[in-house]
Design a protein around this ligand. Structure first.
Ligand code: PHE
Length: 446
């Protein structure tokens, strides 16, 4: 890695895939996916999510990476360079979404840190599902704890982004992802062998298509964008650090597969145990944090398993939050000429402040927006509104406005032919914009 204040480049191909997968896999797969699936009808939602990830999701991922690789700047700069000033507004939409998401992402990220400590101090002694839920309720209604752990998490994020692209982000991902994977496999083993677990497996994997509504589609679309880190320009930035000879379609497929796999695994840990303990799948944002401790407490050496899991979960969240912060930071660096350190600290502090209402909205203070808690409202605004809109514009941009950039970018100027190019362009031109529009109109409660 060169001078920290300048743009970086990935030191290896696998480094890029791991970092992009690190951005994708985080709270989205392990916290958000199970609870949204639980609220949206289980397996039917999972089926819609699967289809969206491997059609629109993967196509938009390739699109973002291509824009970054060709633009060689952050989202605002890349759009401006390739499409003129008006299009740089799309990049702006992304920066706003990243800002909003990180403001509450820091709050949930803080929960992972708190649960590392709680594993050692009493969490494993409360074995009943009801008691674990009460521990969680007490925790989230304590404003001081919420803000304290939020600040810790944001501090860690700032620290990593501070150290630059391949120094901090890349090294972190190489180690944590494989460890998390193995531990989750183990947890699935524990969860599905609990008495009564099969009912949960069925809820999660046996779709009842009568449950599919416009709202389920919109939630699945929002989840696809959120979990794949799309629609805010994160992949544009990661793509801008990509060396010339990269295989974008292959990397994108790997990232989507990994993200889907981890989401599936999270569901296979959470739903079987949920049903085994007679808990509610629609319990909302606390689902992962209420269910998992119950599972750990049924394992020999539960304290250690629990602590280890939340450590890895924390790192998974961290590799995502750094990419969120990077979206905003790189804008200040590239477009306004700020030094990395100054940009990182300034934005880190600002976003933490903006996140405080979300932190308090979980029980300490009632802050409701349109009947949702502040945190849920921020999440809905960013994931179900801005991300799909930016995604729509990205596909229109590459598919219709600068198709030559798409063709050159995906084939490395013709050096690496891509057999699926026609299908990809067709999706960008027609399928993605039309589907996003239809889902949008059908899913919003007017
Ligand atoms: N994909 C991340 C997660 O699932 C969140 C994220 C969204 C990160 C958008 C970057 C950009 O946790």
């Amino acid at each position: 890695m060169k001078d920290e204040s300048s743009r970086g480049e990935w030191s290896s191909k696998i480094g890029f895939v791991l970092a992009a997968a690190g951005s994708a896999i985080g709270l989205g797969s392990i916290w958000r996916f199970p609870y949204i699936a639980g609220q949206s009808g289980g397996a039917a939602f999972v089926a819609v999510y699967l289809v969206l990830v491997f059609s629109i999701g993967i196509s938009l991922m390739m699109a973002e990476i291509v824009i970054g690789k060709k633009g060689k700047l952050n989202a605002v700069g890349s759009f401006g360079k390739l499409g003129g000033r008006r299009w740089s507004l799309v990049g702006w939409g992304g920066v706003v979404a990243a800002f909003v998401i990180l403001s509450y992402y820091g709050v949930i990220g803080g929960w992972t840190i708190a649960y590392i400590f709680k594993s050692f101090f009493g969490l494993m002694e409360v074995t009943g599902a009801g008691e674990v839920a009460r521990v969680f309720e007490d925790f989230i209604s304590s404003g001081t704890q919420m803000v304290f752990f939020q600040c810790l998490f944001m501090g860690a994020t700032v620290f990593v982004v501070f150290r630059g692209v391949s120094g901090g982000i890349e090294r972190l991902c190489t180690f944590c992802m494989p460890a998390l994977f193995v531990l989750m496999l183990l947890l699935i083993g524990r969860s599905v062998t609990l008495p009564g677990a099969m009912e949960g497996v069925a809820f999660f994997l046996k779709p009842d298509f009568s449950k599919v509504t416009g709202e389920v589609f919109l939630s699945a679309l929002g989840q696809a964008f959120f979990s794949l880190s799309l629609g805010i320009g994160a992949m544009i930035i990661y793509g801008s650090y990509l060396p010339e000879d990269s295989d974008i379609p292959k990397s994108s497929l790997q990232i989507c597969l990994l993200t889907f796999l981890i989401s599936l695994m999270a569901g296979l840990i959470i739903f079987p145990s949920l049903f085994a303990f007679g808990m509610e799948p629609g319990a909302g944002a606390g689902l992962t944090f209420i269910t998992l401790p119950v599972v750990f407490s049924r394992m020999p050496g539960g304290v250690l398993w629990s602590a280890l899991f939340f450590v890895l979960f924390f790192f998974a969240a961290l590799t995502s939050s750094v990419s969120l912060l990077e979206v905003a930071v790189s804008y200040l660096i590239d477009s306004l000429g700020w030094a990395r350190r100054r940009a990182t600290i300034f934005l880190g502090c600002l976003i933490t402040l903006v996140g405080i209402p979300s932190a308090l909205s979980q029980g300490a203070v009632r802050i409701n927006v349109f009947g949702l808690s502040f945190l849920d409202a921020a999440d809905f605004f960013a994931s179900n509104l801005i991300m799909p809109i930016v995604g729509f514009l990205i596909s229109v941009f590459l598919g219709w406005v600068v198709p030559s950039v798409a063709e050159e970018g995906i084939t490395n100027e013709g050096a690496r032919p891509f057999r699926g190019k026609k299908v990809w362009l067709f999706i960008l031109r027609f399928v993605a914009p039309i589907c996003i529009l239809v889902i949008f109109v059908a899913g919003l409660k007017w």
